[in-house]
Design a protein around this ligand. Structure first.
Ligand code: BDP
Length: 719
């Protein structure tokens, strides 16, 4: 056979088999594979013989597109669009679609309850036909409803008796990309930034639409495209044109675009001599800039600002306050309906205060002084996205100004893209914490959803873990964290287990023999990571600058609060940061019942012991062990549990896709190796203070402390 003919046959073969390609994770949780449960499939086919979509907008086009791929994939056949209810099927129409059929259903009261983004899904009978109605006040509600409906099918749920009423509890549900204009991603571990700035606005990567679909499917309605350590260039008209082209892709999916605003932009790109918020020219510059932005992007969301933090410029450079800076930007955006998300992640090396106290101290006095289009965005804990932190004391302390939550999805301090750590339990732990700001039940969730203090402007942000890797998040299980963040931002009442069920069902299979083991791995993973990294309230003992791996020995750097010794305070007497009244008194920033609980050794949970207390090595913890022994047991336990995760994962070998299986298996091997590294490095280091032996039944570290201290990673990612 001639070489050409052979190549031709080979290409034909590859083409025909392209559907058999192994799973590479690109489709995320929107896989829409043919439903394998035959009974369910038949039921669905009976109920869905056609689909009538009323309305006309880019969002309705997106709905049609999604239904087409979704139904075709799941049911294995084309579902014909129909013009009237001629057969059993789905009716999709918003209040504004002037649908004659919908008007017969008398839904006014129900629709009033669900706001602009909510939706209803229910079974009904119209003109003698069985109909599944998906309706909403606005088209974007329809979009969310359709994604919810497709999820029911993906999860093989009964759809013969639906009565769903759903609306988001939080208004702004954002991803924060820490993406730079050169496509590097600060704390990004999944390749480069997906924003191809150089080739925008002409080249629209198909990925942008898939990104929008994925986000809309979990209710995310905004994206901050750029790093909080901002580059003013993105505010120039050249870049705004590029931003507009992305906004155009996202608009049909209900996703607004936001940008980080560098406070010194009037100087850097505006040619002004100052960025002082009291300067008239500076104010005018921002007003003009806002006007220009809205001329490109009429539904632009607003600015996210990191000011006077870690060297970023801000109003304090001019002797002004956070209020002065935030309000100036808020005034510029106000005529167009934009918001300012002003970050509370501030701490100053020149302030001789416990870093955990600084944000509260700086912002508490300003409560109620911000314009009503300003939100203060605080991280979940007072330090920095550690494996475990108590909730940030600002939650509950600001009552007149809406406080927005910032969670981290990218695993900067949680094994980056190598470790399997399901973050829903971390998010939930914070959301369910009771601040006691207004008595029992004043949870963090009720503060950020506005119900406790009666705020209608509410928000939540998740620092993205998305990059150019084919599977978007580096580690396949990173997808679960993106998914969980979105689902919780829509409904923080969902449990971590429910979300895990959904994600596993959509990503792997609805077979309980697959769901159960994967869920066990996921549900335990966060606590396991805390155990081998920072048990008993330890924090901030990771590698210098890149934050990769253990390094409790870090000291003598230009900033004390960037070292590890600042936080663990280990010495020959004991270990831990005394934040009670005899120490930094950070506990006093919490409301009395919480402050008392954390202050007293009788009531402080073991999880936060060394966060709030400096304790002697032979202090007896609840289990009866000494503190030193307990610390060792936690570290060793962490490693043993990773081994169990591996065993559980290995049991899935013949049940799931090979490529996915191997991907996770290799990463779990790495996770185990790194857990041992964390354990050995930390135990050996702390032993130099405790001067006590590692309990003899435990395996001794096979390398020396000097060895661990000598490791160095000049090319660790994410910086
Ligand atoms: C820290 C990161 C740093 C961010 C900073 C922030 O290490 O890269 O710029 O937070 O949130 O976690 O501003």
């Amino acid at each position: 056979m001639k070489k050409n003919t052979l190549t031709f046959i080979l290409s034909l073969f590859l083409l025909c088999n392209s559907n058999l390609k192994a799973e590479d994770g690109y489709r995320l949780w929107l896989r829409y594979d043919l439903i394998s449960n035959q009974e369910r499939l038949n039921e669905y086919k009976e109920l869905i013989k056609g689909c009538l979509i009323e309305g006309n907008s880019s969002t309705i086009n997106a709905v049609e597109n999604e239904l087409q791929i979704g139904l075709k994939g799941l049911l294995g056949s084309d579902i014909p669009p129909i013009k009237s209810i001629g057969k059993d099927g789905i009716l999709i129409a918003s209040k504004y679609s002037a649908s004659y059929l919908l008007s017969k259903l008398k839904l006014e009261t129900k629709l009033k309850n669900i706001g602009s983004e909510g939706f209803l899904i229910f079974n009904s009978k119209i003109e003698g036909k069985k109909v599944i109605v998906i309706t909403a006040n606005e088209d974007v509600g329809i979009l969310y409803g359709v994604f919810n409906f497709l999820r029911l099918l993906q999860r093989n749920q009964d759809i013969s008796n639906l009565n769903i009423e759903s609306s988001p509890k939080i208004k702004l549900r954002l991803l924060n990309h820490w993406d730079n204009l050169d496509r590097t991603v600060e704390r990004g571990y999944a390749g480069f930034s997906i924003w191809d700035w150089h080739r925008l606005p002409e080249y629209i990567d198909p990925k942008y639409k898939d990104y929008a679909r994925a986000n809309a499917s979990i209710g995310i309605n905004g994206t901050v495209l750029t790093n909080v350590n901002a580059n003013a260039l993105v505010l120039t008209s050249e870049y705004l044109e590029k931003v507009k082209s992305l906004a155009d892709v996202f608009h049909p999916y209900g996703i607004k675009v936001y940008l980080t605003a560098r406070f010194s932009a009037p100087v850097e790109i505006g040619g002004l001599k100052t960025a002082d918020p009291f300067d008239k020219d500076v104010q005018q510059w921002w007003r003009d800039k806002a006007k220009e932005i809205y001329s490109f992007i009429p539904d632009f969301g607003g600015f996210l600002v990191k000011a006077n933090s870690e060297g970023q410029p801000g109003p304090q450079n001019y002797g002004r306050s956070h209020v002065d800076g935030a309000n100036m930007l808020a005034d510029a955006l106000q005529p167009f309906g934009g918001v300012v998300m002003w970050r509370a992640f501030v701490y100053d090396n020149n302030v001789p205060e416990d870093r955990a106290k600084q944000a509260y101290n700086e912002f508490k006095p300003f409560d109620g002084k911000f314009r009503n289009n300003v939100l203060i965005q605080a991280k979940n804990g007072p330090i920095d996205f550690q494996p475990r932190e108590p909730f940030h004391p600002l939650f509950g302390a600001l009552q007149e100004t809406p406080l927005m939550m910032e969670f981290q999805i990218t695993q900067e301090y949680l094994g980056q893209a190598s470790h399997l750590v399901y973050l829903a339990p971390l998010y939930k732990e914070c959301l369910e914490s009771d601040t006691y700001a207004k008595g029992n039940g004043s949870t963090v969730a009720r503060i950020i959803d506005g119900s406790l203090d009666n705020h209608s402007l509410t928000g939540i942000a998740g620092v993205s873990n998305i990059g150019t890797d084919r599977n978007w998040t580096g580690h396949l299980f990173g997808q679960a964290n993106w998914f969980a963040y979105g689902r919780l931002s829509w409904n923080h009442k969902l449990s971590s287990e429910e979300i895990a069920d959904e994600w596993i069902g959509m990503t792997f299979s609805n077979d309980l023999n697959i769901i159960k083991p994967i869920k066990t791995i996921m549900m335990n993973s966060r606590e396991i990571t805390v155990n081998y990294m920072t048990p008993l309230g330890l924090h901030h003992i990771m590698g210098w600058s890149h934050h990769y791996g253990p390094a409790p020995w870090i000291k003598d750097k230009n900033r004390a609060d960037w070292t590890s010794v600042y936080y663990h305070r280990a010495d020959s007497n004991g270990i831990g940061f005394n934040r009670t009244s005899t120490g930094s008194n950070a506990v006093s920033q919490y409301f009395p019942p919480v402050a008392e609980k954390f202050s007293s050794l009788q009531t402080c949970p073991d999880e936060y012991l060394l966060w709030f207390h400096h304790l002697p090595w032979d202090y007896k913890v609840e289990s009866g062990n000494t503190l030193w022994e307990e610390l060792c047991y936690h570290y060793y336990n962490g490693v043993e549990s990773v081994k169990k995760m591996q065993t559980t994962w290995n049991s899935l070998e013949d049940k799931i896709d090979k490529e996915v299986f191997n991907h996770v298996k290799m990463l779990l091997t790495r996770q185990e190796k790194e857990a041992v590294w964390w354990r050995n490095a930390c135990v050996l280091y702390f032993q130099t203070f405790s001067k006590q032996p590692i309990p003899e039944e435990l395996e001794m570290p096979d390398k020396s402390l000097e060895y661990y201290e000598s490791l160095n990673f000049p090319y660790a990612p994410g910086i």
